[in-house]
Design a protein around this ligand. Structure first.
Ligand SMILES: [Zn+2]
Length: 166
């Protein structure tokens, strides 16, 4: 983790036993991260303290997402255990943007738009990519972080990058 300029206090507890727990038990120190403070402003401690995380062990796909109905963060257990730590960190930032959008009553999965054109995604990807550059990733490393072979790659990835000004 120290390869990148990530706050000293940030810790990711990869070995969560429970299926549902407090965000702050799994993801420590995020209330001190500037990018997170910019998302929630003065409500940052309250927003994080009230957030729950679900860690299903039977998720066959996906990394991390927001359960829009319940307003909880969902993290694939195997991703939490084995995923690249910087990717996990940046995914948390991305999903916290969605948590804030949900608090504002916005539709996170507006089907009018394709995924990479959806305003809520563009906003979340912009924040996460900005943080990626800030912690010291090169543009190439950011692209590698964003790429999901077979889904978010090639021309689609290019379109996303254009949308977020990368
Ligand atoms: Zn998203």
């Amino acid at each position: 983790m120290r390869k990148y300029r990530i706050n000293e206090g940030v810790r990711i507890n990869r070995d969560v036993k429970k299926r549902e727990c407090a965000f702050t038990d799994v993801f420590e120190g995020f209330q001190q991260v500037q990018a997170v403070k910019r998302i929630f402003g003065k409500d940052t401690p309250k927003a994080l303290a009230g957030l729950m995380v679900k860690v299903p062990s039977n998720a066959r796909w996906g990394y991390m997402w927001v359960d829009e109905k319940k307003g909880v963060l969902v993290v694939n257990r195997s991703y939490l255990r084995e995923g690249d730590i910087a990717s996990l960190y940046l995914d948390v930032i991305h999903e916290l943007v969605h948590i804030k959008q949900r608090m504002e009553g916005r539709d996170l999965f507006d089907e009018k738009y394709e995924y990479v054109d959806r305003p809520t995604e563009i906003e979340a990807y912009t924040v996460a990519a900005g943080e990626a550059l800030r912690i010291g990733m090169s543009r190439r490393q950011v692209l590698k972080y964003l790429e999901i072979p077979g889904w978010l790659s090639g021309d689609v990835l290019k379109r996303l990058c254009r949308n977020i000004g990368m």
